[in-house]
Design a protein around this ligand. Structure first.
Ligand code: BGC
Length: 421
């Protein structure tokens, strides 16, 4: 009787280990409107294809991964990696690859023929030291301006085409009693986007890349202009409660007609789609004025952590294969507001903002976003965003003081370097 009891305990333990080993555990930060629907749809599709795999989704709220990235680092460093996790291609992914925390997946890229369907630049951002480490799920565009069509009509406003024009439009909107630019920088990064996209629009892609490669700093006249405009916008043209809202809260102000515009990546498109709003009818979308012809890319990708046990590695591969299919890319991106990373996905089912972005990606100059992990190393990005917050909240700091302070932060954290490994 005693032996049977022990045997039962052992079998139960083995059984529960088997259950643990047989699950697919995924971390992401897609919890807001649009992004949540997109990942749910993709996971349902994965379940249809692989009904035997038990899916455990771990969504960690906090746009741009502010909270999830900390969680994932602790898990990985503790030797407890999930089956896969959301990561920005580029520098954010390099930090794991260079620390040997990811399994190279070059063989998978080759056997699946992915080098033929994903653009070269995306392939570079998904690889490190000549090996592939992740599969892209989407291509987002960071340099976008979203506006409320009714407010623009009511005030008889034309859509601006230069950054100076945007500043003038904000002045007019404020004079008419509306909040010109909704910002939700509770998590800091949406304010940094106002600077980043302004920098791109005012200085162009070459100086933008030079800035994040540590070759130019705030002493450059165009960078300084972007800094001045950033401080002016944050102090004069944003909603009073910007520091307590998140990015989707800011989009909500535009949706409700409480603010005229917001600068945000095209996950905002997904947010408006989820509300049932129609592009060009309820909301307008353009490249941030002055940055037409440049595509500031943000790539969400999924890697395979080292040390996966049992069937977990197969499950990770099954997931990567699923998100890389034409259907997997279509159903996710249609809801996410972004465009597929594959170049051969038909435009059916995408809205005009997306179809236009698909066209522009082919001809635009490509840069990538520092705020969203691709363009610069994480320690710099954190220090840079903190420093921008300091000058944002100290309007009494003269421009000379701000420039000296910010230059010191840049030179401490950003040694001149190459963009892509
Ligand atoms: C991600 C997007 C996400 C956005 C807001 C960005 O960093 O790339 O996929 O929708 O953050 O959470």
């Amino acid at each position: 009787m005693k032996k049977i009891g022990i045997l039962f305990v052992i079998l139960t333990l083995v059984g529960s280990i088997a259950v643990v080993a047989a699950q697919f555990s995924i971390y992401d930060w897609w919890t807001a409107g649009g992004e949540k629907q997109a990942i749910t749809t993709e996971l349902n599709y994965f379940h249809q294809l692989y009904p035997e795999i038990r899916i455990v989704q771990n969504p960690v709220a906090g746009g741009a991964g502010v909270n999830m990235q900390a969680a994932i680092k602790s898990l990985i460093f503790a030797g407890l990696p999930p089956t896969t996790f959301q990561v920005h291609a580029g520098w954010e992914m390099y930090q794991y690859a260079s620390a040997k925390l990811l399994d190279p997946i070059t063989n998978l890229w080759q056997s699946e023929g992915w080098t033929k369907v994903f653009p070269k630049r995306i392939q570079e951002l998904c690889s490190y030291n000549g090996k592939f480490y992740a599969v892209p799920m989407d291509i987002h565009r960071a340099n976008m301006l979203w506006y409320n069509v009714s407010i623009f009509k009511k005030l008889g406003l034309k859509v601006p085409t230069t950054f100076q024009g945007l500043m003038n439009t904000m002045k007019k909107i404020k004079a008419a009693g509306y909040t010109p630019l909704a910002v939700g920088d509770r998590n800091q990064w949406p304010a940094a986007m106002v600077f980043e996209e302004g920098l791109l629009a005012l200085s162009g892609p070459k100086t933008y890349d030079d800035f994040f490669e540590g070759k130019v700093n705030y002493s450059n006249s165009k960078v300084q202009e972007a800094l001045k405009d950033f401080r002016y916008i944050m102090e004069n043209y944003t909603n009073e409660n910007h520091a307590s809202l998140t990015w989707d809260g800011a989009c909500g102000l535009v949706a409700k007609g409480k603010a005229a515009m917001t600068i945000m990546g095209d996950w905002a498109n997904g947010y408006f789609i989820a509300l049932g709003m129609k592009p060009n009818v309820d909301y307008g979308a353009i490249a941030v004025p002055g940055s037409q012809g440049v595509y500031n890319i943000v790539i969400d990708a999924f890697p395979v952590p080292v040390g996966l046990k049992g069937a977990a590695k197969d499950y990770a591969y099954d997931w990567l294969k699923t998100i890389a299919t034409v259907k997997g890319q279509a159903i996710f991106n249609q809801l996410k507001g972004s465009i597929p990373a594959r170049t051969d996905v038909p435009t059916t089912g995408f809205n005009v903002v997306q179809v236009n972005n698909m066209k522009e990606l082919k001809t635009d100059v490509l840069v990538s976003s520092a705020v969203h992990g691709s363009e610069a190393p994480a320690p710099f990005v954190t220090a840079w965003e903190n420093a921008l917050t300091v000058v944002q909240y100290h309007p009494s700091m003269s421009i000379e003081q701000a420039v000296n302070y910010l230059n010191a932060v840049n030179s401490r954290y950003l040694t001149p370097q190459k963009l892509v490994h």
